[in-house]
Structures are given as C-alpha cells and as structure tokens.
Design a protein around this ligand. Structure first.
Ligand code: FE
Length: 235
C-alpha cells in the first residue's frame, strides 16, 4: 500500500463521535504513523524484501477495491434510483435506511446522506480534514480524495477543481460542496444521461463511475463515454 492508504489506521480517530472540530486537539491529521500503519508498512517491506509479494500486485489489489469492486455497489444504487422512483424517494429521504435494506451499511458508512444532482444544482463531496468516505458504497477513497490540495481547494474554488477533472459546468449551475465527517458520509446521485431511459438497471450501473458519485464527474451516455475515452487515449 502507498503511504496514502492510512484510512484503516485513522478511521478510529473519529469513532468516539467527536466529529470534526478543527480546534479539537484529538483530531489528528498529518500525524505520525499509528501503530497499525507501522505494522502494515513493516510487513509490506518484509514481504517485498523476501520476494514474497510484488508491490505492483499489491497496488493492483488496492486498485481493484478502489475503482472496481467498491464503487460497483454505489453504481447499483444509482441505477436503481434512476429506474425506481419509489426507491429514489426513500434514498433521498433516508439513505441510511434505504442502503441498509440493500445490505450496504457497515464500517465507514453508518450514516449516509444522498444528494441529488439536478439541472440547476451539482454536488461535490470532500472531507476537508482527512478522508472520510462512504466505504460500503464506494470502496476505498482514491489518492486524490485524500490529498491536501483537493481537500482545501474544492471548498475555495470548486469550479476550478472540477475544471482540473475536465468537468466544465454551466455558470448558472449552483455548486454545493458537502464536507464528510465521521458522523455523515455523502453520496452524489448523478443525473441520468439523456438517451439512456430504456436501458436496464444493470446496463445503467455500468455507466456510473466512482468520480460521478463523488461529484468530480458526470455520467455520460455510452457513445459520449466512448468518445471521451478515445479523446483521453489520444492525448
Ligand atoms: Fe475525515
């Protein structure tokens, strides 16, 4: 694991329920490695040194949870909300309960709030103080989510940050930034792309990306997504 993957160690700092007080001396950020983190690092270097694990394989494993297995849960929730208006209402009214029914609650996801993107409002999620993130629906947070520049800049200049993610929103779209805490984890319900109305829940879920559920991307219709990927590959 990289030095950024410290969540397993730091999550417990919140669990006494004190939340995010910026002047709270117990809220440790950029702190020395915890005992567990040190053990993980020691173990990883030992295994690597002995040739028992390949650091690249470890990275691939982390990537799987970060980008594939994890966000798949969230994508299914989004697709269900798009195709089932009753579920969507429940999800927006009480996400914790709606997600619990799907078995998607647990560590780092005990209290969930889902915020809906509309034609006039775009939501973005951050944890300004560390890296609180809804694990049960999104898996592990990406490295950039935990980075100091994202955490500080998204509050001051959300439009600029979204531009860095190649997301340009019309000026009349209101940007709302949600600060996650130990008590509350947010999930963005992206807008369903035009032209996908007839698609199955399964096919829709495949379109929903992790970043779209954090708010640093939007969901694109299949042709648009392919075009964007091709443009990215050509760069
Ligand atoms: Fe946090």
């Amino acid at each position: 694991m990289s030095e950024h993957d410290h969540d397993g160690g730091h999550g417990h700092e919140h669990e006494d329920g004190h939340g995010h007080g910026i002047d709270d001396p117990d809220h440790v950020h950029n702190a020395p490695l915890t005992d567990v983190q040190l053990r993980v690092k020691a173990l990883e270097s030992l295994l690597t040194e002995k040739g028992l694990v390949d650091p690249a394989a470890l990275d691939a494993l982390v990537d799987t949870y970060e980008t594939k297995v994890g966000p798949r849960n969230g994508a299914l929730v989004v697709a269900k909300a798009w195709t089932d208006p009753v579920f969507k209402q429940r999800l927006l009214a009480d996400a914790t309960e709606a997600l619990a029914d799907l078995g998607m609650l647990g560590r780092q996801g005990e209290h969930m709030v889902v915020v809906e993107n509309t034609e006039s409002v775009h939501n973005v999620v951050v944890c300004t103080l560390c890296s609180c993130y809804p694990w049960p629906v999104l898996g592990l947070p990406p490295v950039w989510y935990k980075s100091a520049p994202y955490r500080s800049r998204v509050v001051i200049d959300p439009r600029g940050v979204l531009r860095d993610f190649a997301l340009e929103l019309p000026d009349d779209v209101e940007l709302r930034v949600w600060d996650s805490t130990a008590e509350l984890r947010y999930l963005v319900l992206p807008r369903q792309p035009a032209g996908t109305e007839g698609m199955t829940e399964e096919a829709l879920a495949a379109l929903v990306t992790r970043d779209a559920m954090i708010g640093t991307a939007i969901v694109r219709a299949p042709e648009a997504a392919e075009a964007a990927e091709a443009a990215e590959a050509a760069r």
